[in-house]
Design a protein around this ligand. Structure first.
Ligand code: C2E
Ligand code: MG
Ligand code: MG
Length: 694
């Protein structure tokens, strides 16, 4: 702008003022009382994009000016004219850029010489940007105060200059406590110096850091936070402030911890569950490999637990499980792990052993601890444990296999009498498993009626008359055909199936006897009974009940054959049972006689009616003098003790004659008849009666 020389003409004065007004950085206008604009400066015209002419031509400025609230403007005009001094208002209008701008408008009343109002001067300043900045600040302050996150603002030295409400709530400190301090006072010992070092390295390098951190509150408690620290730089790129924003995740952490606990621990006993045990097992395996130490994986199953549950209810069962867990925990070492795998099954991991003896000692302590009676509701309960053990190294397998092997070994411990441990032995346990499978198949066979009794006739050697038969069991196997007892009976020895099958033999034999009786065949029937079955407490009682159903049977219709060797196992008990059975008309024979080396005194004490000479002596007696002497001896012995003799295994007529000469009373053997199904017996008998040995 050119300088205006002093003392110039009124015209040039006017130009001067015009130039000043036009170039002022604010909008300026003069409004007449009629609402017509008499002057508008260029700044305003340019800003709103309306030519001066248009303004000056308009009857009322509100017709051309894109005001947000024209009525409001008119009211402000009126208010200004009515008051003393300047009038201020904030008004929105749309500028040439298409955007709404906020104007701070000052209106000043202009009077004429008489002092009456002539119009008003308007001065408009665009305060949009200022207003926005203020708005932003207000908002920021609101967020700062109301956010749930703790916000800490520190200066470039790290001293706190401001904290928000949430900071105070989370940490428990008052604002006054912390201003001017370094946030270091919040540190807990959950993080080491290295942690903070790397945190500051990140802030220096990239301007920020984010991570989880445990801080200490004013009351000493710990708080878990997700913390973001940002460095704020000034225009020159120098750090002016540090801002920390932290959210409290303590509850989340606790919740996660609870969830993790639920996922990894047994709810009843609070020891690790299968999942965590698998984890510990993996670690232990790695440790054993590293240290070269021995580790034992034990699978533990309670014996007698079902009884507690069934008789005392689940609550009592639970208490037993808790007590057993406590005892196991007390017995093992700190390093070892006990886990509940479910039901009454536990796993124990013994680590860092130096010799397998150490493991055996621990196992014995475990068995001992568990087997002490447990008192529940005033009653004492005895449970024990069957433990299977897989040792590493030795059993060079992965964790899963080790546990499976321990499980298999546990099964063997159960089978061999419970309250004991069994070390896994690959070959042995495979055998045990297949044995188990076979047993299961036999039980199925019984249910499916795959067993049948064959009958081998027994004849009076002098008269050649058939006096009876021996019932011999056969298994009609659907795939393998007819199986002999030697092929399957050994498997059931000592199991409950042995007694079940024996009971079936008795029932079937009695039914057969009855059929023969009804058909007019007053035969004797011998059945083979295992020693164990015979020694069952209720044997004679059960037999009596079965016999009561057939009151028509003659005394001695049923005879029981028991192996000589078996009878010698427990003479008092066996002879007791024999006595009871004899009272109800059941006879007894010592089977395979001669193989048991029974002394004369034993024979005197066993109240049997018959001795069955073992077929091994009969077979060769025509050539073997020794065998012949034994047969001769047994016959003489039987006579002396007033027992009958039956020779078994007579395969030929020659043998038959020789035995007859030796005064043997009864005979049985292929030479007379092979064992046969009941249905074939009548036809054989007819043939035998008409032409024996044909
Ligand atoms: P055992 O009681 O001594 O029965 C005689 C065995 O000799 C039978 O074999 C019979 O078939 C066989 N035998 C008969 N005569 C001759 C012959 O002239 N020559 C030869 N070489 N053998 C002959 P099986 O039926 O195989 O029975 C074997 C053993 O199995 C029986 O010996 C008996 O101890 C046992 N057994 C058979 N059935 C039963 C049963 O129902 N229960 C029990 N617990 N054991 C049974
Ligand atoms: Mg027999
Ligand atoms: Mg025999």
């Amino acid at each position: 702008m050119k300088e205006t020389p002093a003392g110039s003409s009124p015209d040039s004065e006017k130009l001067l003022f015009q130039a000043i007004l036009d170039n002022a950085p604010i909008g300026i206008w003069f409004l007449g009382l009629d609402g017509r604009l008499q002057f508008v400066n260029k700044t305003f015209c340019a800003a709103v994009g309306i030519p001066e002419k248009t303004f000056l031509a308009a009857k009322h400025y509100t017709e051309v000016l894109p005001l947000n609230d024209p009525a409001g403007s008119t009211r402000s005009d009126a208010a200004c004219l009515a008051q003393e001094g300047p009038h201020q208002s904030l008004e929105w209008l749309t500028f040439a850029d298409g955007k709404a701008h906020m104007l701070e408008i000052t209106r000043v009343k202009v009077l004429d010489q008489e002092g009456s109002p002539r119009g008003l001067i308007g001065l408009a300043v665009d305060v949009t940007a200022r207003n926005q900045a203020e708005e932003r600040l207000r908002l920021t302050a609101k967020v700062f105060e109301n956010t749930l996150d703790a916000v800490t603002i520190a200066d470039s030295e790290g001293s706190i200059i401001e904290v928000n409400e949430a900071f105070c709530r989370i940490t428990g400190y008052e604002r006054e406590d912390v201003i001017g301090r370094n946030p270091r006072f919040l540190q807990s010992d959950r993080q080491d110096a290295g942690f903070y070092k790397s945190m500051w390295r990140a802030i220096t390098a990239s301007g920020h850091w984010r991570g989880e951190i445990w801080n200490r509150k004013k009351d000493g408690d710990l708080v878990a936070e997700v913390l973001t620290i940002s460095a704020v730089t000034d225009a020159d790129g120098r750090v002016s402030n540090y801002v920390g924003v932290a959210s409290d995740i303590t509850q989340l952490k606790q919740h996660a911890k609870q969830l993790e606990h639920i996922a990894h621990f047994d709810a009843l006993t609070d020891v690790p569950n299968r999942v965590l045990f698998a984890d510990r097992l993996q670690q232990a395996l790695a440790r054993s490999k590293r240290e070269g130490s021995i580790m034992a994986v034990c699978y533990l199953d309670l014996d007698g637990f079902k009884l507690v549950n069934d008789t005392m209810g689940h609550e009592a069962g639970d208490r037993v499980l808790i007590e057993v867990t406590r005892r196991i925990k007390d017995t093992i070492r700190e390093d070892d792990t006990v886990a509940r795998l479910g039901g009454d099954e536990f796993a124990v991991l013994l680590q860092g052993l130096h010799a397998s003896e150490e493991c055996m000692a621990s196992l014995n302590r475990l068995l001992e601890a568990i087997s002490h009676p447990i008192e529940i509701k005033g009653k004492l309960f005895e449970v024990s444990a069957s433990i299977g053990v897989a040792l590493y190294p030795g059993d060079e397998h992965d964790a899963d296999t080790l546990l499976r092997h321990a499980d298999q070994a546990m099964y063997v411990a159960k089978q061999s009498g419970k309250n004991r441990y069994h070390l896994y032995d690959a070959a042995n346990d495979r055998r045990a498993r297949s044995h188990h499978e076979f047993l299961k198949r036999l039980a199925v066979a019984l249910v499916r009626s795959e067993f049948e009794l064959y009958y081998q006739p027994k004849v009076d050697m002098r008269t050649l008359r058939m006096v009876g038969a021996e019932a011999l069991i056969r298994w009609n196997h659907p795939e393998k055909g007819v199986l002999l007892p030697g092929e399957f009976l050994h498997a059931i020895e000592g199991t409950t199936l042995e007694v079940e099958l024996g009971d079936w033999v008795i029932a079937t034999a009695l039914k057969q006897l009855d059929t023969w009786r009804k058909a007019g065949l007053p035969l004797e029937l011998s059945i083979n009974i295992s020693a164990r079955h015979l020694q069952a407490n209720d044997f004679s009682w059960k037999l009596k009940r079965k016999l009561l159903r057939y009151p028509e049977f003659a005394m001695g219709s049923l005879q029981i054959e028991v192996l000589e060797t078996a009878a010698l196992e427990d003479i008092p008990r066996v002879s007791d049972t024999i006595e009871r059975c004899r009272k109800i008309g059941v006879g007894f024979a010592l089977d395979d006689f001669g193989t048991g080396y029974s002394s004369l005194s034993y024979l005197g004490r066993l109240p049997v009616d018959t001795l069955k000479i073992d077929q091994s002596f009969i077979r060769d007696m025509l050539y073997d003098k020794g065998d012949r002497a034994i047969v001769q001896g047994v016959i003489a012995l039987a006579k002396a003790f007033e027992r009958k003799t039956v020779a078994e295994g007579i395969e030929s007529e020659d043998l038959f004659r020789a035995l007859l000469e030796m005064d043997c009373e009864y005979g049985q053997g292929y030479g007379i008849a092979r064992p046969m199904p009941a249905a074939e017996l009548p036809a054989w008998l007819e043939k035998w009666n008409s032409a024996p040995f044909s």
